[in-house]
Design a protein around this ligand. Structure first.
Ligand code: FAD
Length: 436
């Protein structure tokens, strides 16, 4: 057991979330002393994920190359997203894949990846430890603040830890934000995710998303191959769905029944459970899309889901976590090099704005998908989905290419986002009026 304040270092990362791990790696490579504390040693239970087209570029900034993980068979290639819906129009299935010409013009590859986050996070922790980071397995019980500054954290077995700067990467536990009394602005209802892995061979065609009009609302499911022989299948339903009774008046209490019920209604998956054995347990979690109102303080920054929850249907959560980790490592690294005890007001504001504006934009656009889900019966899934996806893709790219330190960068992004949001929302509402 360490005594009071026995661990004093440059940076303390609370929780081994993805953004925090990458920030720790970057800061350790810049020569700073970094400690990561997580309540659990790896392997951590993580969801199987589909990465968007910015994830590989962001990982490159941390010196990590997804192609080398692919060579280890930890990833599968994602050339696009195959969408299915039980819409009444003929186009039940549509494929979204990026145009090679456009991707070349934007300096992006045409293929992204799916992967098993448990393996990837463990791999990044190992690189961070090689770079000199220290890992402590312990539970953070309390974050001590004096005014806006984090003074230290109280852990279950190692006592008090402190550092010059702190990164909150504790996911939805939001250790620093909660201690600072920061509220979250929600977007949409509380959702439940039920998922399980199954043995299934990958056909190389990309992420499968299933959009199901079911009992007057939209529920959705994914099918993501975390390796060539294993797929992660998840269903996402509003929390209220579990409290209701089914069409045949049976209560929907058991997650396994709901999982089987939703899959049976999705035509391409209807016989799946009978012929594909599960690999591992059923996981259930709840989440709500939101943005925490305060994600930056004088000596702390929140990254990943400690700062915001991006709707998982956008496949952008990993990119958002990595981007926040990258920004955090730049700002904190520069402040440590300057020898200043605090981030400037402008740094805190730019960090907050650059990250939260985009998440709010994506979440609002995804709400349009849910609130107007009957619309694509009229206009066609392929057309409707592109109205929503192209602006998201563009904003994501803009946020990557605009340098964090650019004067007026956050303001420029805000103007772009407002304009794009106006165009997207007006188009959807106009189509809705026409087809009502
Ligand atoms: C259902 C679902 C599906 C998703 N699918 C995708 C997808 O396909 N593609 C995509 O890009 N994104 C997806 N996302 C989003 C993505 O998973 C997250 O954005 C990403 O995992 C970021 O989480 P994180 O790293 O911030 O936190 P986490 O991965 O939750 O890590 C937080 C860590 O903090 C630790 N911790 C918490 N409390 C304490 C404490 N008191 N003391 C010490 N340690 C603590 C935990 O042990 C954990 O290791 C999905 C999200 C959900 C909910």
């Amino acid at each position: 057991m360490l005594g009071p304040s026995a661990v004093e270092q440059d940076v303390l990362v609370l929780g081994a979330g993805l953004g925090g791990l990458c920030a720790a790696l970057a800061l350790a490579r810049r020569g700073f002393s970094v400690t990561i504390v997580d309540q659990q040693a790896p392997p951590w239970p993580r969801v199987g994920e589909s990465f968007d087209w910015e994830t590989p570029r962001l990982l490159e900034h941390f010196g990590l190359d997804l192609e080398s993980l692919y060579a280890r068979r930890w990833l599968t290639r994602k050339p696009g997203v195959v969408l299915w819906s039980n819409s009444t129009r003929a186009d039940h299935t549509t494929t979204l894949s990026p145009s090679p010409l456009l991707m070349r013009a934007l300096g992006r590859a045409t293929v992204s990846y799916h992967g098993d986050r448990s393996r990837i996070d463990e791999f990044i922790l190992a690189r961070a430890q090689e770079a000199g980071c220290r890992f402590i397995e312990d539970r953070v019980r309390k974050v001590e603040l004096r005014g806006d500054r984090v003074e230290g954290v109280e852990t279950q077995t190692h006592g008090r830890l402190n550092a010059r700067y702190h990164i909150d990467a504790s996911g939805r536990a939001r250790l620093v934000g909660r201690a600072a009394g920061a509220r979250a602005r929600p977007c949409g209802p509380k959702m439940i995710n039920i998922r399980r892995r199954h043995r299934h061979d990958y056909d190389g065609r990309g992420t499968r998303l299933y959009l199901l009009h079911h009992e007057g609302r939209l529920v959705w499911a994914w099918n993501i191959h975390v390796d060539e022989r294993t797929t992660d299948i998840g269903v996402v339903i509003p929390a209220s769905y579990l409290r209701e009774t089914s069409a045949d008046h049976r209560p929907r209490a058991r997650p396994e029944d709901v999982y089987a019920e939703i899959l049976s209604k999705i035509e391409p998956l209807s016989g799946f459970l009978a012929s594909h054995a599960p690999e591992g347990p059923l996981h259930v979690c709840s989440f709500r899309n939101d943005v925490v109102e305060r994600i930056a303080g004088p000596n702390w920054l929140s990254v990943g889901e400690a700062a915001f929850v991006l709707d998982p249907i956008s496949s952008g959560g990993v990119t958002a976590a990595l981007r926040s980790g990258r920004f955090a490592s730049i700002l904190i690294g520069d402040a440590l090099e300057r020898g200043t005890p605090a981030l400037t007001e402008r740094e805190q504001r730019d960090y907050q704005q650059r990250l939260s504006q985009q998440v709010e934009f994506v979440n609002a656009t995804v709400r349009d998908l849910f609130d107007y889900h009957l619309l694509w019966n009229e206009v066609g899934l392929a057309f409707y989905i592109r109205i929503l996806v192209y602006p998201q893709f563009y904003m994501n790219w803009q946020n990557s290419v605009l340098p964090l330190r650019m004067r007026g960068g956050a303001r420029l992004l805000r103007v772009l986002q407002r304009q794009l949001r106006f165009v997207t929302a007006s188009t959807v509402r106009a189509l809705d009026l026409i087809h009502r």
